[in-house]
Write a protein that binds this ligand. Structure first.
Ligand code: CTP
Length: 134
């Protein structure tokens, strides 16, 4: 078994129409600590952020992410403004995000280490929806 460093890692995302880019970032985030906690964005947050409702409702997205071997706990992220609160509440040692968010979470460096991962190329929920729609 691979040794994992100590500590809690937090990451956030919608994880709608679950794809391999999602799996890769969760696996890489999990490798940074002993425990991976995932904040799954609420339906309401997505509507305000992306201007559309997710394909799968929040309870189903939450269940899918929770069932992954690399994920230890999940919660619904209700607001972008609550990041600092979630980091403290879950005792995060590391915040891991895709590099589409690069620099946007540096303000939390006083609470935990902030890590940005390169996105997996050529896959996204938006692209999958477009492809299916055609
Ligand atoms: N992610 C990734 N590689 C991809 C797609 C997403 O590493 N190809 C990461 C994002 O950077 C984020 C997490 O997965 O940290 C959740 O991303 P999310 O926004 O839910 O997925 P997207 O596929 O980017 O969705 P959309 O197309 O709706 O923006």
């Amino acid at each position: 078994m691979k040794m994992r460093p100590a500590g809690t890692v937090l990451t956030f995302g919608t994880f709608d129409v679950f794809h391999v880019g999602h799996l890769r970032i969760l696996e890489r985030a999990a490798a940074l600590g002993a425990r991976l906690v995932v904040g799954v964005s609420s339906d309401a947050l997505n509507i305000s952020k992306k201007g559309r409702a997710p394909v799968f409702p929040q309870e189903e997205r939450l269940q899918l992410v929770a069932a992954l071997r690399c994920v230890d706990a999940v919660f619904i992220e209700e607001s972008l403004e609550l990041k600092r609160h979630y980091l403290t509440e879950y005792g995060a040692d590391v915040l891991a995000m895709g590099d589409d968010w690069r620099g946007r979470f540096d303000e939390f460096a006083d609470v935990c280490r902030v890590v940005y991962f390169e996105r997996t190329p050529a896959v996204s929920t938006t692209a999958i929806i477009e492809k299916i729609r055609l």
